[in-house]
Design a protein around this ligand. Structure first.
Ligand code: HEM
Length: 219
């Protein structure tokens, strides 16, 4: 029998809206990007031809950039708290990494208590922020200044854009697997993509430090 009842709010409405928008635009960007790179006519066909796929890619890139920028402006304190959490690595985080949070069967040992985000999620947070910035910083010059930039710099942008896309697609596939499919953590998906709430008991176990810092538990 559970000793901790009820639910706690983990992700606010604006955070969830931003996450939805970033997920949809990321899927569009990754799909059309893969279509360009491998010259896959079928993917172009989904968008009504290559030229349209290119337009979808560029304008999805605009939403992908403006959405989080607006979110940060409107929720600066919340964003600063998020950055503070993912930038803080204590011995408990290193302990999580040593045991890989208990996700890998042959890595034995107790998993230390975690913050609102565990050490793996903290590292992913950095990777996503740096990766998205690189995609934006290379994508816009490839679109807007391709006629004026030196060919070598443009080629450099294309290379960074491609290789960072590969890393992000693989990292986000792993993130999706853990957050939506893995039995140990799949409740996270519903919390971020639906009402923002998560079972208090699960939270007390997976995010003990954060849970202990909460004042209210919604019954
Ligand atoms: C994480 C998000 C993104 C992913 C996964 C992605 C993926 C890709 C890939 C794989 C390519 C093909 C690269 C090559 O041929 O070497 C590409 C091309 C391109 N990307 Fe992105 N991209 C993203 C974000 C952006 C953003 C934010 C912009 C800015 C508007 C952008 C603008 C472009 C442009 C202009 C091209 C050249 C193809 C074209 O002219 O339509 N991308 N992208």
């Amino acid at each position: 029998m559970s000793e901790i009842n009820g639910k706690v709010l983990k992700h606010g409405e604006q955070t969830r809206t931003m996450h939805w928008m970033h997920m949809i635009t990321f899927i569009l960007l990754a799909l059309t990007g893969i279509g360009f790179y491998f010259d896959i006519g079928f993917i172009g066909g989904i968008f009504g031809g290559e030229a349209n796929a290119s337009l979808v890619h560029r304008w999805a890139g605009v939403v992908f950039t403006v959405g989080p920028a607006l979110y940060i402006l409107l929720n600066f304190e919340r964003f600063a708290r998020f950055m503070d959490t993912i930038a803080t690595f204590t011995k408990d985080d290193f302990g999580w990494l040593k045991t890989m949070g208990g996700y890998i069967p042959f890595l034995k040992g107790d998993v230390p208590p975690q913050d609102k985000y565990n050490a793996g999620q903290k590292m992913l947070g950095h990777l996503i922020i740096i990766g998205c910035l690189l995609m934006i910083l290379t994508g816009f010059p490839m679109w807007l200044w391709r006629g004026v930039l030196p060919a070598a710099f443009l080629a450099f942008c294309y290379n960074i854009h491609f290789w960072v896309a590969v890393i992000l697609i693989l990292a986000i596939a792993g993130h999706f697997f853990l957050a939506a499919i893995h039995p140990k953590s799949r409740v996270e998906f519903a919390s971020m993509m639906m009402d923002g709430y998560i079972d208090a008991e699960i939270s007390a176990h997976h995010n003990e430090k954060w849970f202990n810092s909460l004042q209210e538990v919604k019954e």
